[in-house]
Ligand binder design. Structure first.
Ligand SMILES: C[S@@+](CC[C@H](N)C(=O)[O-])C[C@H]1O[C@@H](n2cnc3c(N)ncnc32)[C@H](O)[C@@H]1O
Length: 292
């Protein structure tokens, strides 16, 4: 049974295209269904996600991630895209502005509120459904594209979400999944340097290192795990690495001191290398099709 905790959009016509059982999409609360969401933060907020000081490599990584993601999706008129874990709906709104019809799935009330605010500000609307990726409230084979950016490692059961993403995708449709690589070259070097420093110094740090799993992550993905898990449900067609050396000790401080143009040139060069060596890159994008 699908889990739908509510519908937050006027775009009911679009939603009805996805789910023939009108009542299961459009009726809001059913506590037995809500209990399936146990362990899922229904009030997750992203206010802590971006660091207070944005150094050049952080800005570059997020910008490139969005750029490469959009180049893979092919959002255009006539295409119906489902965005699982859509957060503030920034990507959904942009896909809609590029002409696609977009449905965003998101369990957090707070993120849905942000998404509605953003839709109002941008003057663009997408359909928003409050649901979890583990039980998508849509019929099988109903969307052209399904995307999931920076969210797989937040899910209670990522393997189950991938199964659901494959189920709702039409044959011949495309799934685009993007996630952070915790076995990147930057993190490997960072871990090694930090463990050497710890063995030589009595000083202790109180903050989390970038390669440590954030508290709100449920999974620790790397290139190999992502590819293995995705391959259970999809045929993987392309894997792309994005950005290189995030997390390298003193990297942000070094780049901040460089002239801006030089910093961007270094980061762009490393990004080109990352594209060919996804297992070492900071972020991994997988583009795949549904298995027939
Ligand atoms: C880091 S945010 C990414 C948001 C967006 N995709 C982006 O790139 O900006 C992860 C999102 O996944 C959502 N999420 C967590 N568990 C989920 C689940 N089981 N099903 C669907 N979304 C979930 C969170 O509420 C959060 O908004």
């Amino acid at each position: 049974m699908p889990v739908c905790l509510g519908v937050y959009s006027d775009n009911r016509g679009l939603l009805l295209m996805l789910e023939p059982k009108r009542e299961s999409v459009l009726e809001a609360k059913d506590m037995s269904e809500e209990s399936r969401c146990s362990g899922i933060d229904l009030a997750w907020d992203d206010s802590h996600v971006m660091p207070e000081v944005i150094t050049p490599e952080v800005e570059f990584m997020f910008r490139k991630m969005t750029e490469v993601f959009f180049s893979e999706i092919g959002a255009k008129p006539g295409v119906l895209v489902l965005d699982v874990g859509c957060g503030r709906g920034l990507d959904g709104v942009r896909m809609s502005q590029e002409g696609a019809s977009v449905v965003g799935v998101e369990p957090s009330d707070i993120m849905l509120r942000h998404a509605r605010d953003y839709m109002r500000e941008s003057g663009t609307s997408i359909a928003l459904v409050r649901a979890i990726g583990e039980y998508l409230p849509f019929r099988s084979a109903c969307v052209d594209k399904v995307v999931c950016k920076g969210a797989l490692d937040h899910f209670a059961d990522p393997a189950r979400v991938l199964e659901e993403m494959a189920r709702v995708l039409k044959v011949g449709g495309r799934a685009v999944i993007v996630v952070a690589n915790f076995e990147s070259l930057g993190f490997k070097i960072g871990r090694a340097v930090y463990s050497l420093w710890k063995s030589l110094s009595t000083e202790r740090v109180s903050f989390k290192m970038p390669w440590e799993i954030p508290d709100d992550h449920t999974y620790r993905f790397d290139y190999r795990l992502l590819k293995r898990m995705v391959s259970q449900c999809f045929t993987v067609e392309k894997v792309k690495g994005i950005s290189l050396l995030f997390g390298l000790p003193w990297w942000g401080a070094f780049l901040s001191r460089c002239p801006a143009k030089l910093a961007q040139t270094i980061l762009a060069l490393l990004d080109k290398i990352a594209r060919r060596l996804p297992w070492l890159s900071d972020v991994v994008l997988v583009s795949c099709t549904r298995r027939t």
